[in-house]
Ligand binder design. Structure first.
Ligand SMILES: [Zn+2]
Ligand SMILES: [Zn+2]
Length: 397
């Protein structure tokens, strides 16, 4: 990414140049034949992440992809139960490799296939980390279009190591309507950002709300929370999965709903997620990365960005400042705008721009506000075009 300030004087606040080059991720040989490795993550437990992972695997399979599923939840593996593998054990080959177990046409692996059901799974963190690394390297996946990794919930070291070591194509974040608190999803997003793993989208899973006092479960359907969150975080919204007892029932009976009743409404929702996920991956490959090719700041007020694929977007400092989504400007829990837009000076300018990971820009404005992060995905999707300031004569076409 090149940065050019279209001004005669040399800027004392010259933004740092290209983002730090990351060391090439080494791919474990066991994953070499896998085209896309996608982590299914959640900022916290209890959002139905494993159910989503299993059904998404079946939905991708139904679309004709060769799919594997890795249950990396070493603390509470749930895929063996969900896929009806009961007390099955994974076979270990002579050279200490693991052969995935096949259920309903999906090959999967889980810590639960290696240990006895009644063995308490209590790993101390360093052991857990070593275990998960061996686990990633030990499974013979062969040729696959997709490998889905059901990550443990949360954003701890195990998740971070996995995201870093498994050569991920990207991650999807599962959330629920109750979980629209931006903080939780943001935490997940930051974790992947730290290791340069793109977030391919957010899935809103409609789980019921269980009262902690009386244990009564109430269906809450508050549509749009996930979509709003995705928009605000600048990542695609993949779809909402309806709250449907069939999803849970099928899981309990050892066959995910997409496998058990492929024509049902919940199955169609999972197919939509699968299609959008595949589309998003294709789109990202097509533009050969999502980072800007060049940035140019004109008169400290108009930011012009050139993107791969012959796309140019223009942004005014005024609009960028007004649409800041940092915690000071937007209430993370309610999504209410805390910034009074009328207090943004019309002549506000940009004093500094720094890349954030390979993911977005941190912009400092003349009012000293600098806490907002503008994701590339978001910037690419908005173009103020004609409403931006007119091109100065020095503008290079
Ligand atoms: Zn209650
Ligand atoms: Zn802000």
């Amino acid at each position: 990414m090149m940065f050019r300030k279209n001004e005669k004087e040399t800027a004392t606040t010259a933004p740092s140049a290209a983002p730090k080059a990351m060391p090439a991720r080494s791919v474990p040989p066991s994953l070499a034949g896998v085209k896309h490795i996608v982590a299914v993550a959640s900022g916290k437990g209890g959002v139905g992440k494993s159910t989503v992972a299993a059904n998404l695997a079946f939905a991708l399979k139904q679309r004709g992809y060769r799919v594997g599923l890795m249950d990396a939840d070493i603390y509470g593996p749930s895929q063996p139960g969900m896929l009806g593998a009961g007390s099955d054990k994974a076979a270990i080959t002579d050279d200490q490799k693991l052969t995935p177990v096949s259920r309903h046409g999906i090959d999967f692996i889980s810590i639960g296939l290696l240990i006895d059901e009644d063995t308490p799974v209590i790993w101390r963190a360093p052991i857990a980390m070593k275990m998960i690394m061996q686990f990633i390297g030990a499974v013979e996946w062969g040729e696959r279009d997709f490998l889905l990794i059901d990550l443990p919930p949360g954003t701890g070291d195990v998740q971070l190591t996995l995201a870093q070591q498994a050569a991920l194509t990207g991650a999807v974040i599962v959330t629920t309507p109750q979980d629209v608190a931006l903080g939780v999803a943001k935490k997940g997003l930051r974790m992947f950002e730290q290791v340069n793993v793109p977030v391919l989208g957010i899935i809103e899973n409609m789980s019921g709300f269980t009262c902690t006092h009386c244990g009564k479960t109430t269906a809450i359907f508050k549509e749009g929370g996930g979509r709003t969150m995705a928009e605000r975080l600048g990542v695609p919204f993949l779809s909402a999965i309806p709250l449907d007892p069939e999803i849970m029932m099928s899981g309990e009976q050892g066959a995910p709903v997409v496998s058990a009743s492929p024509d049902s409404e919940p199955s169609r929702a999972f197919l939509k997620v699968a299609d959008r996920l595949a589309e998003e991956i294709t789109r990202r490959q097509a533009c050969d990365g999502t980072e800007p090719l060049a940035l140019e700041l004109t008169d400290d007020r108009t930011l012009t960005i050139d993107w791969p694929g012959d796309l140019r977007t223009r942004h005014t400092a005024y609009h960028l400042r007004k649409s800041c989504t940092c915690a000071n400007c937007i209430d993370e829990d309610t999504g209410r705008q805390l910034l009074d837009p009328s207090r943004v000076p019309l002549d506000i300018s940009i004093t500094d721009i720094k890349p954030v990971g390979r993911y977005g820009l941190s912009i400092t404005f003349s009012d000293r506000h600098s806490t907002g992060i503008y994701t590339f995905d978001h910037l690419r999707s908005i173009d103020e075009g004609d409403s931006a300031e007119d091109r100065p004569p020095s503008f290079d076409v």
